[in-house]
Design a binder for this molecule. Structure first.
Ligand SMILES: NC(=O)c1ccc[n+]([C@@H]2O[C@H](COP(=O)([O-])OP(=O)(O)OC[C@H]3O[C@@H](n4cnc5c(N)ncnc54)[C@H](OP(=O)(O)O)[C@@H]3O)[C@@H](O)[C@H]2O)c1
Length: 328
């Protein structure tokens, strides 16, 4: 079945690969089961989504893999039409482990290659799933370019081996990129970063664009359903920003949809998450119709609060001051 829902034009990465302008996130947080997320992926394929943002740590790649296999078998979509990402988790950066992690994701996703494989976080710092925000692992370490490159060399080998088509980084800063980009044999084709109207990261965004690195925006709606451990008193809500609410009224859509439109028009690739068909269909359709005006784009730009929601404090090492140490 071919969906008749139109979506915005695909983008071309520096390595020549096409990537859709919007994708679907698959992190069920503490709220949605792997089955619910996999069912949403099945519905999203039917709706016309072609980009899916997966990760081993989301704990649902096996069920999502079954959905992909069924969609291929039914002729709903061809492998070459999908763009599937996955990510190596923090406990798999060591020598030989990146290949093992990739092999496990390939097996679970039931794919012969992954389109884009990310280093999920630039630290080998592991925390137990579901731990509270103040937990510290005594083995956690600060960022080191040398340690990171040990992981990245293994990522590069995955490209050489044809197991992944492209590689990317996630949760980086300009300072960390300055330290590692000159050392990369294969540069990241994309970088995943938190991007929404309350956290626009203009400097990092421009840094990536000027180097032909595609920004992919996670939490594009401000992640209203993120785990409690990632919530801090005073965090702003992207969907309640006056410029977003005003545009939502003008376009007669939910404020979440305005966040997705803003992201696509600005140039990042948003990967909104939802298990609800009406929501994920709106998030796809809105990329091809009724664009925001220049004045609306500018009003949202001016509303940036520069507040990071996903602070990552569970990755802190002993002796670190607070979560800002993770972000230089
Ligand atoms: N690389 C990384 O470190 C990293 C970190 C975080 C996330 N991610 C990726 O980014 C994806 C998205 O981030 P996220 O899931 O945290 O946050 P998000 O996409 O900003 O927010 C998701 C929530 O927004 C609401 N929503 C979505 N579409 C809507 C619509 N059309 N109308 C109304 N509400 C809507 C839903 O809430 P309700 O369920 O209440 O309707 C949904 O649970 C993740 O799934 C994951 O793939 C990557």
């Amino acid at each position: 079945m071919v969906s008749d829902i139109k979506q915005g034009a695909a983008k071309i990465l520096a390595n020549g690969m096409n990537i859709p302008c919007v994708g679907m996130g698959t992190f069920g947080s503490d709220r949605f089961s792997p089955r619910q997320v996999a069912d949403a992926v099945a519905g999203a394929i039917r709706a016309g989504y072609r980009l899916f943002d997966c990760a081993s740590v989301y704990g649902n790649e096996d069920l999502i893999g079954s959905v992909f296999a069924e969609a291929f078998a039914a002729g709903a979509v061809k492998r070459g039409e999908l763009f599937v990402t996955s990510k190596v988790w923090n406990d798999m950066h060591g020598a030989g482990d990146v290949l093992l992690s990739c092999a496990k994701s390939l097996k679970d996703l039931r794919l012969e290659y992954i389109d884009m494989f990310f280093v999920h976080w630039p630290f080998p710092n592991y925390h137990a799933p579901g731990c509270d925000g103040d937990s510290r692992n005594p083995d956690s370490k600060p960022f080191s370019a040398e340690r990171f490159m040990g992981c990245w060399r293994q990522m590069e080998r995955l490209v050489d081996m044809g197991l992944v088509k492209s590689i990317g980084m996630s949760n980086m800063t300009v300072k960390k990129l300055d330290a590692v980009l000159p050392l990369c044999r294969i540069k990241p084709a994309a970088i995943e970063m938190e991007l929404h109207p309350c956290f626009q990261q203009q400097e990092l965004f421009d840094y990536c664009v000027s180097r032909q690195i595609q920004p992919i925006g996670f939490c594009p709606i401000g992640s209203p359903t993120r785990p409690e451990r990632d919530k801090t008193a005073g965090d702003p809500s992207a969907t309640e920003q006056p410029a977003v609410v005003a545009a939502a009224k003008a376009h007669n859509v939910h404020p979440a949809v305005i966040c997705v439109k803003w992201a696509v028009q600005r140039g990042q690739i948003p990967i909104p998450f939802s298990v609800y068909e009406n929501e994920y269909v709106s998030n796809l359709k809105c990329t091809a119709e009724d664009p925001l005006t220049d004045a609306e784009m500018e009003a949202i730009r001016l509303g940036d609060k520069n507040v990071r929601l996903i602070k990552g404090q569970v990755f802190l090492w002993e002796g670190a001051k607070d979560w800002t140490d993770l972000w230089d």
